[in-house]
Write a protein that binds this ligand. Sequence first.
Ligand SMILES: Nc1ncnc2c1ncn2[C@@H]1O[C@H](COP(=O)(O)OP(=O)(O)OP(=O)(O)O)[C@@H](O)[C@H]1O
Ligand SMILES: CC(C)(CO)[C@@H](O)C(=O)NCCC(=O)O
Length: 246
Amino acid sequence: MFLLIDIGNTRTKWMLRDKDRIYKHDSFLTEDIDQDHFEFDVAIKKILISNVAGFEKEAILKIKLKKFSCPVEFIKAHKKLNHLINNYQDATKLGTDRWLSALSVSHEIKKTTVIVSVGTAVTIDYVSFDEKKSQHTFEGGVILPGLHLTKNALANNTADLKNSEGVVQMPPINTANAIESGFVLSVLGNIKSLFDLASSESQDVEIILSGGDAELIDQHMYKSLKKYVSIKKDLVLEGLFIFASH
Ligand SMILES: Nc1ncnc2c1ncn2[C@@H]1O[C@H](COP(=O)(O)OP(=O)(O)OP(=O)(O)O)[C@@H](O)[C@H]1O
Ligand SMILES: CC(C)(CO)[C@@H](O)C(=O)NCCC(=O)O
């Protein structure tokens, strides 16, 4: 049995699973990481963790997990693993969550893929597929502030932009809708740019959406791209399981 933990900047997602079955799947706010979340009485072979929320969270979690008396591994991006090559300038500097998502895709999808994670930050990554070599390459990608961060940055640094709920509207005719629409359109525009780049190299490109706000982007996806899009929520946890089994 493996305990897999994905520590994001806002939410921590975790899963207890083995080869055949998922036994538990839950999440909590990362700021509550010092509380007792892992209460079960089963023998765990290994705990694998993806952490993009900083060293302090890692230190707290290490203490919390001592009670399981099993190996605990914090994963870092590799230059090459299985059929995935990582072309980031410094391979180990690629966010573990981005790399594990690419690892998951490289096992599941034999196609060039644009991986979009819409969480605290938004990342849009281009993973190419070489059919002849049966090999995927993480080619690169963009990072943007997520919806919550975008709203907070505007509210905290301007006089008149309050943090309120808006909807996508074209053209937007009030402040809240202008901010919400601006965020969604900027993510869509970036997806289109990375999709076009991927399509210049490959005729068969998929777009995978993940993260807390994936549905928001999916709802407004360009009509011309809809047929290439699917949502997969647990890419990072799936990547951790592939890593555990490699
Ligand atoms: N208090 C909050 N702080 C930050 N984000 C929030 C909050 N409440 C809701 N959200 C929304 O939840 C989303 C978080 O999604 P998700 O669960 O994918 O994040 P995450 O795993 O923390 O992200 P990441 O992996 O980028 O750190 C954000 O995009 C934001 O819109
Ligand atoms: C971009 C985030 C915050 C997305 O969760 C994470 O992957 C991260 O902290 N990455 C490190 C920097 C990088 O990937 O270039």
